[in-house]
Design a protein around this ligand. Structure first.
Ligand SMILES: [Zn+2]
Length: 163
């Protein structure tokens, strides 16, 4: 049986919220994109029990966020997809709900609805305010294991161009 490691509360990353991710980039075997490593605690929170049972350990995985690529995590000769996760990977094509901020539950749908209704979105302000208080848990809630702000900013721009 897999046991969760105790959570640590180390000092944050460059944006002040997360433990630094493992260094070193690797090319995704599915799409060739450069990918960043993820911490084992990210996977331990987000993988299904079946996926965890099939792996010897959770070290050394990288995360692919290419929308058209079905690989979510990979390491030397193992790959994991949406089916192996308990949350929807919002940046992947066809994801529903298309969650972009897992800590405070912002989805592409919610941002688009807000822009349609009010002409703008408060997503970034809301996320930044809540990062201060109560604080975020990207490293165990977000499939990327990292702060969502960059992704949210891109998503807002994408959505705004469709209006
Ligand atoms: Zn990929």
């Amino acid at each position: 049986m897999f046991t969760l490691k105790p959570q640590t509360s180390e000092e944050g990353c460059s944006t002040g919220c997360c433990t630094p991710q493992p260094r070193g980039k690797e090319a995704c075997p599915g799409c060739g994109a450069e990918t960043k490593g993820v911490l084992d605690k990210t996977l331990s929170h987000l993988l299904t029990d079946a996926a965890k049972a099939s792996l010897s350990c959770l070290d050394g995985f990288h995360y692919c966020k290419t929308p058209s690529c079905e690989i979510v995590y990979f390491r030397v000769d193992e790959t994991l997809t949406q089916d192996d996760l308990t949350v929807t990977v919002g940046l992947k094509e066809g994801a529903s709900p298309a969650t972009v901020c897992y800590c405070f539950d912002w989805t592409k749908e919610k941002i688009a609805e807000e822009i349609a209704r009010t002409g703008k979105t408060t997503a970034l302000e809301d996320i930044k305010a809540k990062m201060e208080n109560p604080g975020c848990s990207c490293e165990t809630l977000n499939p990327s294991g990292a702060c969502c702000l960059g992704d949210v900013g891109k998503v807002i721009k994408e959505i705004e161009t469709t209006f």
